[in-house]
Design a protein around this ligand. Sequence first.
Ligand code: ADP
Ligand code: MG
Length: 260
Amino acid sequence: MITIAIANQKGGVGKTTTAINIATAMAAAGWRTLLIDLDPQGNASTGLGVGANDRERSSYELLIDGASIADCAHKTDIPALDVIPATVDLSGAEIELVSVDERTARLANALAGDTTPSYDVCFIDCPPSLGLLTLNALTAADTLLVPLQCEFFALEGLSQLLQTVERVQQRFNANLGIVGVVLTMFDRRNRLTDQVADDVRDCLGGLVFDAVIPRNVRLSEAPSHGLPALIYDHACMGSRAYMTLARELIARLPEERKAA
Ligand code: ADP
Ligand code: MG
């Protein structure tokens, strides 16, 4: 199994939308896929149709109570895609973790305890902060995928994220990689977003995926139906972009970790 954290401490940059749709695309490509919702807002859980009353076992129990992956995983309506949902309890976990042993390794330990993993790939949807929840994700992950919104301040904050990655590499997870940066909410009618995309590519080079996620209203409508955009409207521009991104992501994964 390969574990991919989707992180950026800025809110509203497309982490959850990317997590839901890339996980769906990978499942559709035959990868047994798990999405761990690590944001107390639980938007990834809602977007995959797991209602608020259907979350008795969640990422909170996984981190705090030592529950197992198998205990907390819920099936979704999408074949091969399971989710570990998040509840508001998780906002308390950020504080509870402070006084717990190995507080940054709780998620890594839970994943390591899953000795015969039922999954080929695990995505972690991170909250918009660099607190203990995100540190748990980065400590547990093999690699990091960073959504970057095409806006004027896109690169601001990225250096802070990269510093955090370095710290995690030095102290908790020497093997943490960065699989790529994906530009989101791209609007080709807006010259500024074009300019931002060029600047980001100049700055980060090959780290940036060729696939760009356009601003697309279908992507923002889908969660209110409890469906990934890829199911809600598989032919829309946004869904097609996520399919392209998934292919590019799979091509970037180490050969020995490839499943289907
Ligand atoms: P994050 O998880 O980083 O906070 P979200 O994925 O929740 O970001 O996106 C923030 C908001 O923008 C949501 O309402 C989402 O539906 C919307 N959104 C995300 N990506 C797109 C896109 N490519 N086009 C249009 N709306 C988008
Ligand atoms: Mg989110």
